[in-house]
Write a protein that binds this ligand. Structure first.
Ligand code: GDP
Length: 210
């Protein structure tokens, strides 16, 4: 926690620029400023969410080729903070070697990164909290960082189905104390709220994990 009473300045998300793409933990850029990471199943809408949060069209983009080399992508916010795009999980056809690489890469990032302030976990609003998501949440449980679950593509659901999805997700997440909100990169639902939440984490992080 910062000792100063001055609010920590975080550059607007719209100034985010690509910083680095790392295929192994030893390629991660040196730590320094607080980071918020984005994690979710492949195709869940993670790249679209990062683009929506930063108001950019193609800052982040996902590979549509299962098994392609996976990287952790870092986006810099004027040297004050970073957004970190972790590779998606859950492609059934991914070769075992690639899956092991994912574990090393993402596991390495999440367990070692002292500047990690929070994790945004993305889940499809149409299938909230799959068994695979639950395993991921269990795995994240010991990490002492903030977390927020975004229920993506909520525009694809009717109003009633959206409320039901949120209720289901909140019920399933209650045990792990994760907060969930509906989110759509297409119609903008939840974008401002999610951005405010991430900025709050970055401001209060002060650059290091407790
Ligand atoms: P990623 O693999 O998790 O990075 O997923 P992408 O952001 O590339 O999105 C996967 C697919 O879902 C693409 O075809 C997107 O156009 C679509 N998509 C992403 N977000 C939304 C959304 O909020 N609403 C709708 N309807 N489609 C979305």
């Amino acid at each position: 926690m910062p000792q100063s009473t001055q609010p920590v300045h975080i550059e607007p998300f719209s100034r985010a620029v690509f910083l680095a793409s790392s295929g192994t933990p030893d390629q991660f850029p040196p730590e320094g400023v607080p980071e918020v990471a984005f994690l979710g199943r492949s195709n869940v809408g993670k790249s679209s969410a990062i683009n929506a949060l930063t108001g950019r069209r193609r800052l982040a983009f996902s590979s549509k080729t299962p098994g392609r080399t996976q990287t952790v992508n870092f986006y810099d916010l004027g040297g004050t903070a970073r957004l970190v795009d972790l590779p998606g999980y859950g492609y059934a056809r991914v070769p075992v070697a690639v899956r092991a690489g994912w574990d090393r890469l993402v596991g390495g990032y999440l367990s070692e990164r002292r500047s990690l302030a929070g994790i945004v976990i993305l889940m499809d609003a149409r299938h909230p909290v799959t068994p695979q998501d639950e395993r991921l949440l269990d795995w994240l449980r010991p990490l002492r960082v903030e977390r927020l679950v975004l229920l993506t593509k909520s525009d694809k659901l009717s109003r009633a189905a959206r409320s039901a999805a949120l209720r289901t997700a909140c019920g399933k997440l209650a045990a792990s104390a994760n907060e969930a909100m509906l989110f759509s990169s297409s119609d903008g639902a939840g974008v401002e709220e999610a951005r405010d939440c991430v900025i709050r984490w970055l401001r209060s992080a002060g650059g290091s994990r407790k």
